[in-house]
Unconditional design. Structure first.
Ligand code: DOR
Ligand code: ZN
Length: 404
């Protein structure tokens, strides 16, 4: 067994952890703080079909390095996860890749809502963490852009006790606005085309559907003050609405286009700086429940393509916790909020049993982001100097040393 001695928990107790592995090892961990391991409810690990961007071997390594032991993967793969049999095939591939990596990462899958396959929803209740609805197009071709299908998804999900997770951007408004900006094709115009009205319109519609059908609703990557206001009202009305933000919407804004060009293109897009304060306030007020990395890797070559061809998305899983710990060091958040955002609230929303996974962090360590485990080979956090880093990640009684 491995015994990790003298760890302080984030609540201030001192504990020893005993891991039932086949080693005979004592780790002295004074100076480290134990947090529940991160649950990342929003990743795109690209299996099947886009493994040149990421796969579960590299994705799992990036997760562990970021203190994360559980991920929920999105269905916009090739092919998309829109039938029970595609779901089963995807699971088999993932299990094989995790076995090859030697990392038994915990995972759950979202099922993709697709107009042609809504009848499949009746079969997948036990196998999925929820139904993902792209209300606007993003990477891949999953989209539900008509009201009839949206009503069908929300009503079926309620009937089968499933949660609906929405990518809330209104497809019709995106198309209309895109047509207006044809002559101004550059990366920053992305934030103008897919503006806040695009997101707010879709959030409003999704909340109205929850009100009508009682469906549990999880609003992905909330990025603006306007969405926060709508969600706050819905929560105050007692609706079963939950909200996620992302590290890139919390820590970056439209000024990143000047630094990273196409690498800053993401859906929903980066916003004006003022929204970041509103996202922090929404965390303090418990309007935002969770943080998901929306880890969406694309290769540097793809991200160098001109606007219109450059795919949306950026990797994030590895540096989400360090970014949050760094925010604690600057008094923008506290550790209780970090635990709520990164594990406790997801456990509650997605009805997950307790686990003994931990991440031991050194809150005093300052280090610069210099490399990534992600197959895409780049990170928007590269070059940032952060205070607060994972040192050990504990998954299913195995202790991974990760401060390298
Ligand atoms: O920027 C994004 N990238 N937003 C999404 O909704 C999908 C993701 C991806 O899969 O690349
Ligand atoms: Zn996503």
């Amino acid at each position: 067994m491995t015994i990790i001695k003298d760890i302080k928990t984030y609540q201030g107790n001192t504990i020893d952890l005993v891991l039932a592995d086949n080693k005979d090892h004592i780790i002295q961990a004074d100076g480290l703080t134990a947090l529940p391991a991160v649950i990342d409810p929003h990743v795109h690990f690209r299996t099947p079909g886009m493994e040149y961007k990421e796969d579960w071997r590299t994705g799992a390594k990036a997760a562990i390095r970021g203190g994360c032991t559980t991920v929920f993967d999105m269905p916009n793969t090739k092919p998309p996860t829109i039938t029970q049999s595609l779901l089963d095939e995807k699971k088999a591939l993932i299990d094989r890749q995790l076995k090859e990596a030697g990392i038994p990462l915990r995972y759950k899958l979202f099922f993709g809502a697709d107009k042609g396959h809504l009848d499949e929803i009746a079969n997948i209740e036990k196998d999925c963490v929820g139904i993902k609805v792209f209300m606007g197009c993003s990477t891949g071709n999953l989209v539900i852009d008509d009201d009839e299908s949206l009503h069908a998804v929300f009503s079926l999900a309620a009937k089968h006790h499933m949660l609906v997770a929405v990518h809330a951007e209104d497809e019709h408004l995106i198309r209309e606005r895109k047509a207006n900006y044809q002559g101004e094709w550059n990366y920053p115009v992305h934030s103008v085309i897919r503006n806040i009205d695009v997101a707010a319109k879709a959030v409003e519609k999704a909340i109205a559907l929850t009100k009508r059908y009682g469906t549990r609703l999880y609003i992905l990557h909330v990025s603006s003050a306007e969405e926060v206001a709508l969600i706050k009202t819905a929560k105050q009305a007692g609706l079963p609405v939950f909200a996620e933000t992302t590290p890139h919407h919390l820590f970056f804004d439209t000024t990143l286009y000047d630094v990273l060009a196409g690498k800053a293109v993401v859906n929903p897009p980066l916003r004006d700086p003022r929204h970041r304060e509103h996202l922090f306030a929404a965390i303090h007020e418990k309007v935002i429940d969770t943080i998901g990395s929306d880890h969406a890797p694309h290769t540097p070559d793809e991200k160098a393509l001109p606007y219109g061809e450059c795919p949306s998305g950026m990797p994030g899983i590895e540096f989400m916790l360090p970014m949050l710990l760094n925010a604690c060091s600057r008094d923008l958040l506290n550790l209780d909020e970090v635990v709520a955002l990164t594990s406790a609230n997801a456990r509650h929303i997605f009805h997950m049993p307790p686990s003994d996974d931990w991440v031991l962090v050194n809150l005093g360590e300052t280090r610069t982001v210099e490399r990534t485990e992600s197959k895409c080979g780049w990170s928007p956090y590269m070059g940032l100097t952060l205070k607060g880093w994972p040192v050990y990640t504990i998954l299913k009684d195995t202790c991974y040393k990760v401060n390298n």
